[in-house]
Write a protein that binds this ligand. Structure first.
Ligand code: GDP
Length: 602
């Protein structure tokens, strides 16, 4: 095993392996820099007899990497749409025209990212995020001396991870904001890694220079330590001191961005069918699907037919990032459109088609390709877990998660993973996706005993019918805690029931009146608790259990009684299944017995 070698590099660089659906043993071994025999050997150790061409699903590959102890390696899901766009990226023609640069602003929290964007755009960015709905990426444009710049903003960590996955196609330039009074921080480093991984050009905005304690030189030194060498020190990175608050240096930053755009000769073709990326999508009452797109090539116009991933539609309305109607949008333009029949996924590539028929066809083909890919793995993580016998009594709870936006899907999945099952139940996320529950989800869930969870999505009537027909459970929620409670309850159900015995009272036997095969009549004093007819009783001599019986009736002062309590003396008749030789001095322990649903973590 080449653990050491990989560990050596783990602090310096992280190796990312991108998997679309599944990967062959051969490909994974190559990607890991291991011999195929080593990998097959490791699979074998875990109970899987694999051949070189066997396909492993994403989770299995992930588990193998853990098993191999490979630290610096990370797997990323490559979705089909992203793959298509990478492979199908259009070569530029000689007619290509300059296009605005697409810029992401990133940095450590509180270093002034939002303030800088506000200043650049001369407005409060938050206001444009319709009701704060944006979960992935918001896009804005500014114009400087007749030239446009497109800015992308990501509100949270999940979006950051997602943008990273699609980063290569999304951003030309990353502006890294570093506060001059705070220097390089973890998220600064994350941003640097992201930009490098996405092959984007980097500009650093050294912010808060108006502040006391701001130290531009020291900040530069910190950045140099992380591989960003300032131009004035002989490196390649433009570092612009700015104050997002006073506006000082902000224009220089804009000019630096445009300079890079010139040097990089960012271009796109216009006389081609429109294409681009889905950067946000959600449902809105009265409007249906509302989708934010970033056009990357061609010109998108109202009335045109488009397909993105497995969905298609006709552009019904189109507005710019400020909500103003727009008839057409060229390269690097962010727009909001309605007209998609279903919600496309964040990160999907969209393409324009000449008519509805070909758009629909493209969508159907893409959906099939995705389904095939998911189905093409012959070793799934469920199999693996089963074979590895991770925990002896481990049970698997299969789920498919559908959410309104990627952020919600991520939080549902993350929260589900946090349910502490003490290893007794394994949560297997079969698939996740943004948008309504679809036919494909039902097909995937059928047969495998999988529950489809919807979060803030719709379950169209025909899909509900299909689910009922195929015996698939679709559970839809608007409140995340209710969804989590339901999942927890389902996992507990997998644990089955357990017998719970509760001792309710004890008696010391003072007299034995009748002993037959089926009946015992005795008397004694209650030493604790309570005795009522119907409870179970155990006969104990010292620690030894002589037998069990059921109390049929209770007597107090020779009269039938409802109960006997502590310190009372009375008699009782018990029904037995076999003869119990009861003696004076024995102890009777009264108890109830019930079946109870087992709880997780107990
Ligand atoms: P974000 O978390 O990176 O988006 O940071 P914010 O833009 O929210 O800024 C964090 C805090 O720093 C806020 O209180 C801002 O007013 C303040 N701030 C941002 N830029 C500057 C600056 O250039 N100078 C000063 N003095 N304060 C700033």
């Amino acid at each position: 095993m080449s653990t050491e070698r990989t560990n050596e590099t783990s602090d310096v660089a992280e190796k990312v392996i991108r998997i679309a659906g599944s990967i062959t043993v051969d490909e994974l071994a190559q990607a890991l820099g291991l011999s195929v025999t080593t990998l097959i050997g490791e699979l074998f150790k875990n109970g899987i007899v694999a051949t070189i061409n066997q396909r492993l699903d994403f989770e299995t590959a992930e588990i193998m990497i853990q098993e191999l102890g490979l630290k610096g390696v990370r797997l990323e899901r490559k979705n089909t749409a992203a793959k298509l766009s990478e492979e199908g990226r259009r070569e530029l023609s000689k007619d290509a025209v300059p296009r605005p640069p697409v810029v992401a602003v990133m940095g450590h929290v509180d270093h002034g990212k939002t303030t800088l964007l506000d200043n650049l755009l001369k407005k409060k960015t938050v206001e444009t995020e319709a009701g704060g709905i944006t979960q992935h990426i918001s896009a804005y444009q500014l114009e400087h001396e007749g030239r446009k710049i497109t800015f992308l903003d990501t509100p949270g960590h999940e979006a950051f991870a997602a943008i990273r996955q699609h980063g290569a196609m999304l951003t030309d330039i990353v502006v890294i904001v570093v506060a001059a009074d705070d220097g390089v921080k973890p998220q600064t480093i994350e941003a640097i890694k992201f930009a490098q991984g996405a092959n984007a050009k980097i500009i650093v905005a050294i912010n808060k220079i108006d502040r006391e304690g701001a130290d531009v030189e020291r900040t530069k030194a910190g950045l140099a330590e992380h591989g960003l060498m300032p131009e004035e020190w002989g490196g390649e990175i433009m570092m612009i001191p700015v104050s997002a608050k006073t506006g000082e240096g902000v224009e220089k930053l804009v000019e630096a961005i445009l300079l890079i755009a010139d040097v990089e000769e960012l271009k796109a073709d216009v006389e081609v069918p429109a294409e681009g990326l889905v950067i946000e999508s959600h449902m809105e009452t009265g409007k249906g699907s509302v989708v934010n797109l970033l056009v990357t090539g061609g010109e998108l116009k109202v009335g045109e037919f488009v397909a993105a991933g497995g969905v298609y539609g006709k552009i019904r309305t189109m507005t710019d990032f400020r909500g103003k109607p727009k008839g057409k949008a060229g390269p690097s333009t962010p727009v909001t459109v309605t007209g998609f029949k279903e919600l496309p996924n964040f990160g999907d590539r969209f393409l324009e088609y000449p008519d509805e028929k070909s758009a629909r066809r493209a969508a159907v083909l893409a959906a099939q390709a995705q389904a095939n890919e998911a189905a093409s793995a012959n070793v799934t993580s469920t199999d693996l877990l089963r074979m590895m016998n991770v925990e002896d009594n481990s049970k698997v709870f299969n789920v498919i998660i559908k959410g309104d936006v990627l952020g919600s899907v991520t939080s549902v999945v993350d929260s589900l993973k946090l349910i502490d099952t003490k290893g007794e139940v394994t949560l297997n996320v079969v698939a996740t996706g943004v948008g309504d529950v679809t036919e494909n989800d039902i097909y995937m869930a059928a047969g495998e005993n999988t529950v489809v969870y919807g979060f803030n999505v719709n379950v169209p009537t025909n899909i509900a019918k299909l689910a009922a027909r195929d015996g698939v459970e679709v559970r839809n929620f608007r409140v995340i805690y209710e969804l989590l409670d339901d999942a927890k309850a389902s996992m507990e159900k997998l644990l089955g029931e357990e017998v719970v015995e509760t001792v309710v009272g004890e008696m010391k036997v003072m007299g034995v009146f009748r002993v037959t095969k089926t009946e015992l009549i005795a008397g004694g004093e209650m030493t604790s608790g309570k005795l009522v007819p119907g409870v179970n009783v155990r006969v104990l001599r010292k620690k030894e259990i002589l037998g069990e019986a059921v109390v049929e009736s209770v007597q107090k002062e020779r009269i039938e009684a409802k109960e006997l309590i502590e310190k009372e003396i009375g008699g009782l008749a018990m029904k037995t299944e076999k003869k119990i030789q009861l003696e004076v001095g024995d102890k009777l322990e009264f108890f109830t017995r019930e079946m109870r649903q087992r709880k997780l973590g107990e």
